[in-house]
Design a protein around this ligand. Structure first.
Ligand code: ADP
Ligand code: MG
Length: 509
């Protein structure tokens, strides 16, 4: 090949390498171009990868890893030309089975930590001339910067991909807003909360998107743009921990990264823990007092009864009866207190929850019917659960009786209580939901509803113990209980009970 012809070929090969930024393409053209330039029969390119050579491209030959490592790796420091491999017994053994008779092997230094070796082989014995080697070196020099670019591009694409995937894996809402209130970046979780694809959000002004930024806290967060902040925002019935951090964008513009974390569930758990703790210490106190009161009360009941039997005086008898009734009421309260402070673990057996609910309704059915209540049952398939039936029935009863009271006193004509059950497979929990259309719950009631002695009922009608006892029982079962509702909009109580996996449950008949 003439010198000019070689230059033209090198020029077109380098152009071809530059056409595409992918590493594979650049290496393939390097190998194929080398073969053309030397009129060789085959070629291969291997990259130093740690201690080994990794083959990246081969043309018309399939060298194995061992040959690549043991023979070619040694050539990495300088160009080696072998016109007759018979003169190199070690190489002859390995390369002759690939039909190689002559070869050129030359280093390709892409970056300080990325060195490669280009191997060009001939299947006939031949000489490689000085112009051959010179033009090959010119080609490699010219091509290397393009190859270096494709390696850099590959590196950047990979790290960008990793960064993007990490960003999108975050379940908190993350979005970046610049000084002009434009959204520069957002993750999938945030985009989902707006019901839009990130493409439709990025570059848009927050105010154009206002209607779509469904969690309106985003707007609140935006007003704090450019300030580092952390605070809690309640929105759409959820609690979010919102933080913002200042960043400078590559363009030099200022921006704020806003992160919104949904902490509703965490909050609820924390409150339950706090409540459980409060109940435990109160329970200890109450049970001590209740036991102390029991003895004198028994005395009052016994002696007033005895006196009633002894006297013939009717007026005195009436007074004694009042003492007796009052003492009996005290005893009931004491019994309630003892139930409340009960430390005994549940006595479990395998139970069908829907049957348990039905039997609770059954106990109240006469009353419910005669007061015109509509009972809606919405039961879904449930596994049997290991619970203390008496205790759980007591919980359902407490909630049911409260619901009856709330509906009756709401003055509403339609009187409705709904009972819903389902199985939460993911969490292995049985869920019971009891809703009413009664007077509903104020914020104040909601915050204290499970507190012992909290009642909004008139004296003599409420003890304020029903729900705190229920709370204790559900907690003993490792379950959860909570209330939801708003004034005038009825109340909903949800109970979750773990099904548990302590061995296979017995078959019920
Ligand atoms: N379904 C309901 N609707 C409205 N308020 C309720 C409901 N259930 C409970 N409450 C409120 O919670 C309070 C505490 O209930 P509870 O612990 O059972 O005690 P009590 O029934 O003796 O008042 C009630 O006084 C009432 O204010
Ligand atoms: Mg009650």
């Amino acid at each position: 090949m003439e010198f000019n012809e070689r230059l033209l070929l090198i020029n077109s090969l380098v152009k071809e390498i530059n056409r595409d930024l992918s590493v594979d393409h650049a290496i393939r053209i390097l190998v194929e171009g080398g073969v053309k330039l030397l009129s060789a029969d085959a070629g291969a390119f291997a990259l130093v990868d740690g201690d080994a050579l990794r083959c990246m491209s081969q043309s018309n030959i399939e060298l194995d890893g061992e040959t690549l490592c043991s023979d070619l790796a040694r050539q990495i420091e300088s160009t080696t030309v072998v016109s007759d491999i018979r003169e190199h017994p070690g190489m002859f053994e390995k390369l002759s089975r690939f039909r190689v008779k002559s070869f050129v092997c030359t280093p390709v230094n892409i970056m300080s930590d990325r060195k490669g070796v280009l191997f060009l082989a001939s299947f006939e014995y031949r000489e490689f001339t000085e112009p051959d080697i010179n033009s090959l070196e010119i080609f490699i020099d010219a091509g290397v910067s393009a190859i270096k670019n494709s390696f850099l591009f590959d590196l950047i694409s990979k790290s960008h991909k990793l960064w993007q995937e990490t960003f999108d894996a975050i379940s908190d809402y993350v979005f970046v807003v610049d000084d002009d209130f434009r959204i520069v970046k957002c993750n999938i979780a945030f985009a989902k909360s707006c019901g839009l694809h990130p493409r439709k959000i990025i570059g848009k002004s927050c105010f154009d998107l206002q209607a779509k930024l469904s969690p309106k806290f985003c707007i609140e967060a935006l007003y704090k743009n450019r300030k580092a902040y952390t605070e809690e925002i309640t929105c759409d019935g959820k609690v979010f921990l919102v933080s913002g951090f200042h960043v400078t964008l590559p363009s030099g513009k200022n921006a704020t990264v806003h992160i919104l974390k949904d902490i509703t569930e965490m909050r609820r758990l924390k409150e339950q823990l706090y409540h459980a703790d409060k109940l435990t210490s109160l329970g200890l106190l109450v049970s001590g007092v209740a036991h102390e009161l029991n003895n004198p009360l028994t005395g009052i009941l016994g002696y007033s009864e005895l006196l009633m039997m002894k006297t013939e005086d009717e007026v005195l008898k009436k007074d004694l009866d009042k003492i007796y009734s009052a003492a009996e009421r005290c005893k009931k309260i004491v019994e309630n207190l003892l139930t409340f402070s009960r430390q005994s673990p549940p006595e479990r057996s395998y139970i069908r929850i829907d049957e348990l609910i039905d039997s609770a309704i059954e106990l109240r059915s006469y009353w419910l019917r005669s007061n015109g209540f509509q009972i809606i049952r919405d039961y879904h398939d449930l596994p049997i659960v290991s619970i203390d039936p008496q205790q759980i029935q007591q919980v359902i009863m407490n909630i049911l009786v409260n619901a009856e009271y709330a509906v009756l006193n709401s003055g509403k004509e339609e009187r409705r209580i709904s009972l819903h059950t389902h199985y939460d497979k993911d969490r292995d929990m049985v869920v019971i939901r009891i809703s009413d259309n009664g007077m509903g719950l104020s914020e104040e009631t909601l915050s204290r509803i499970f507190d012992p002695f909290f009642t909004t009922k008139p004296v003599n009608q409420g003890s304020g113990l029903g729900l705190s006892i229920s709370h204790g029982i559900v907690k003993e079962h490792n379950g959860n209980i909570w209330a939801e509702g708003a004034p005038g909009e009825g109340a909903t109580f949800t109970i979750e009970l773990p099904v548990g996996k302590d061995g296979p449950p017995p078959v019920l008949d």
